[in-house]
Design a binder for this molecule. Structure first.
Ligand code: HEC
Length: 192
C-alpha cells in the first residue's frame, strides 16, 4: 500500500514538473533558443525508426540526365530557398530556422550516403515541427523520385544538370537594397 502510494505520488510529481516546464515558459519556443534536453536525440531516433519501417523502396526510375534535370527544376523552384544551391549564399530564411535546414549541396551536409528511399520518404511526408514541408500533395511521385535522385547524386552531377540548378539570370542581376522596402512602407503609413 505504501509502495503504491509512493509510486502514484512519484508519477504525479513527474507529471507536474513536466507540465510546469511548458506552462511556466521554460520550454524553448524561439528558433534561436537552445534545444530542449534530449530534443535532438529523441527527434532523430523517432525519425530513423519510422523511416526504416517505410523507406526500403528502390527508385522506379533511373538517375539519367533527363530525370536529374527534371529533379533540378523541382529543386530550384521548391527547395533551394531553404536548402541552398551550388555556389550560392545561404538565404536569410535558411539562417533563421530551428532546426537549420541542411545545405544539401554543401559537402558536409549532402545526403549522398542516404538510401534514396529514405530521402523520398522525407520529401513526401515532411518532418514534423522542423519547417521541412511534406510535398506528397504538391509534387507527383515521379517528381519526388527525380529530386531524391538529384540529392543522392549531388556530388557527381553532369554540367547540364548543375546549370539547371542556377537561379534564373534575371534574378541574379537584381540588387536587393534591404532598407528600401521598409522606407517605402513607412512613407505609405504616413500618407494614410
Ligand atoms: C521552408 C524550408 C524548407 C523547404 C522549402 C524544404 N525543406 Fe527540406 N528540410 C528543411 C529543414 C528545416 C530540414 C531539417 C529537418 C531536421 O533537422 O530534422 C529539412 C530536411 C530535409 C531533408 C533531410 C536531410 C537530412 O540530412 O536527413 C531532405 C532530404 C530535404 N529536406 C529535402 C527537401 C527537398 C527535396 C525539398 C524541396 C522539394 C525541401 N527539402 C524543401 C526545410 C525545408
Amino acid at each position: 500500500m505504501k509502495f503504491l502510494f509512493g509510486l502514484i505520488l512519484g508519477l504525479l510529481i513527474t507529471a507536474a514538473v513536466g507540465y510546469g516546464y511548458f506552462r511556466f515558459g521554460y520550454a524553448p519556443v524561439a528558433t534561436s533558443s537552445a534545444p530542449m534536453p534530449f530534443e535532438k536525440t529523441l527527434a532523430k531516433l523517432a525519425l530513423r525508426a519510422h523511416i526504416q519501417k517505410e523507406a526500403t523502396k528502390a527508385p522506379p526510375i533511373s538517375a539519367n540526365e533527363f530525370n536529374l534535370t527534371q529533379g533540378a527544376a523541382v529543386y530550384a523552384q521548391n527547395c533551394a530557398f531553404c536548402h541552398g544551391a551550388p555556389g550560392q549564399k545561404t538565404t536569410m530564411a535558411a539562417k533563421g530556422m530551428f532546426p537549420l535546414p541542411p545545405q544539401l549541396f554543401a559537402k558536409e551536409e549532402m545526403v549522398t550516403d542516404d538510401p534514396v528511399g529514405a530521402t523520398y520518404w522525407k520529401v513526401s511526408n515532411g518532418i514534423r515541427m522542423t519547417g521541412m514541408p511534406g510535398f506528397a500533395e504538391m509534387l507527383t511521385p515521379t517528381q519526388i523520385w527525380q529530386v531524391s535522385l538529384l540529392l543522392a547524386n549531388a556530388d557527381k552531377l553532369p554540367v547540364q544538370v548543375q546549370s539547371a540548378l542556377a537561379p534564373p539570370a534575371q534574378l541574379q542581376n537584381v540588387k536587393t537594397d534591404l532598407k528600401q522596402p521598409v522606407a517605402d512602407q513607412q512613407q505609405k503609413k504616413k500618407k494614410n
